[in-house]
Design a binder for this molecule. Structure first.
Ligand code: LMR
Length: 394
């Protein structure tokens, strides 16, 4: 039976990661997969995480099952981190998941359960796994205009025009902050208009917020989402601790459902539990225990928030350095957008051939759609990188 299987295509981001790892050139530089790196090019474990792990090692006395919801304390804290006090707590249900991807998957499953005819709309472009996941679940997808390659900013007019066609059978997926892959983000005014559209047209907003704290700050990055959550009757939110807590491989995320009433919230949570049971049953605990330990201890929380601030500040300064280096190299302001974008990524506007030349001739790895991981840049190699970009004609 299994001989009928044909090899399926690799995920483009994970393929770049594997190619980079296999490249023996010592000067190689990884601007591909969305992993934060410090000034030494290392993805270190934050001090707050190490301290929490030490406490867990001391105090944890069982590895017995927790249940389908995972660590409920963690889930409540994540709902607070994302939503603040914007949505009434009896309408909010949160469940721990295996990473942000686990949250997206379980929420798409829930949406399909609630409405088998539902269509998920995603921005053009979006993180490749959004479409792949929905389609894998047999959920229809559509795209709405988002990025203007000329201005390198959000094309608000075209986005709103496209979304006029979204109605009660539709789920519209937004990036809460730090848009992946473009780096171009919605303003609070855009979120306000989209909220009005959701209310008038009846579509269900779904928000993927995998980079909270990487843009302008923990609260700032959630401001648009919170505005929406305070006004719409229902909302789905997928959040992740991969980046802001650097827990990548510990697979720590949370699915949050804002329901129309307290009763509907109870039903949504029960459905989430059933869906969890038939997928991977219970989520892994370690990362959630770390996050709960950090968020419930004021001292640890302060250590973590300071470390998060340092990561964000470094990315902002790298953005400015690259924009400056490109300005000097090209004698134009064409690349100033890099400093205006927020989060880990920018779409640099290279063709697939230019991306291949960067890899082959300069050992610089970026994703094929020309997405650049800002956190992979090195201050001391900025001129070299800008020169390579100019040399391939970007
Ligand atoms: C990325 O976009 O690079 C990250 O979210 C890693 C992944 O799983 O794709």
């Amino acid at each position: 039976m299994l001989s009928s299987l044909k090899p399926s295509p690799a995920d483009p981001i994970l393929q770049i990661m594997a190619e980079f790892q296999a490249d023996p050139r010592p000067n190689k530089i990884d601007l591909g997969v969305g992993v934060y790196k410090d000034g030494e090019g290392l993805t270190v474990i934050p001090k707050a995480v190490k301290m929490a792990e030490a406490r867990i090692l001391e105090s944890q006395d069982t590895k017995s099952y927790l249940g389908l919801l995972g660590d409920v304390g963690f889930a409540g804290l994540m709902a607070d981190l994302v939503l603040g006090d914007t949505a009434p707590s009896d309408r909010v249900g949160a469940i721990q998941t295996a990473g942000g991807s686990g949250a997206l998957y379980i929420l798409m499953n829930l949406a399909r359960e609630a409405n088998p005819d539902a269509t998920i709309w995603a921005s053009t472009p979006t993180w490749g796994n959004h479409h792949a996941m929905a389609e894998g679940l047999g959920v229809k997808t559509r795209s709405y205009a988002y990025f203007d390659p000329k201005t390198r900013a959000v094309d608000v007019g075209r986005m709103m025009d496209d979304l006029k066609a979204a109605g009660p059978n539709d789920i519209v997926l937004f990036h809460g902050c730090c848009h992946n892959p473009t780096g171009a983000n919605l303003t609070l005014a855009d979120w306000e208009r989209l909220t009005e559209m959701a209310l008038a047209q009846g579509f269900l907003p779904m928000v993927d917020i995998a980079y909270q704290g990487f843009g302008d700050g923990l609260d700032e990055d959630a401001a648009g989402l919170r505005h929406m959550a305070a006004r719409v009757p229902e909302m789905l939110i997928a959040t992740s601790c991969s980046k802001n807590f650097a827990l990548y491989r510990d697979r720590t995320g949370c699915a949050i459902v804002v329901s129309g009433s307290a009763e509907a919230q109870v039903a949504a949570k029960a459905n989430l539990m059933t869906l969890m049971r038939i997928t991977y049953s219970m989520p892994p605990d370690h990362g959630a225990a770390i996050v709960r330990t950090i968020l419930t201890d004021p001292d640890l929380r302060k250590v973590w928030e300071d470390e998060l601030t340092a990561m964000r500040t470094r990315m902002l300064s790298l953005r400015q350095s690259l924009a400056d280096a490109m300005r000097a190299r090209t004698n134009s302001d064409r690349f100033d957008f890099i400093a205006d974008h927020r989060g880990m990524f920018s779409l640099i506007g290279a063709t697939p051939e230019q991306v291949a030349r960067l890899r082959d001739e300069f050992a610089i790895y970026i994703v094929g759609d020309s997405r650049l991981n800002i956190a992979g840049l090195r201050e001391e190699r900025m001129d070299e990188i800008a020169e390579a970009f100019a040399a391939v004609g970007i």
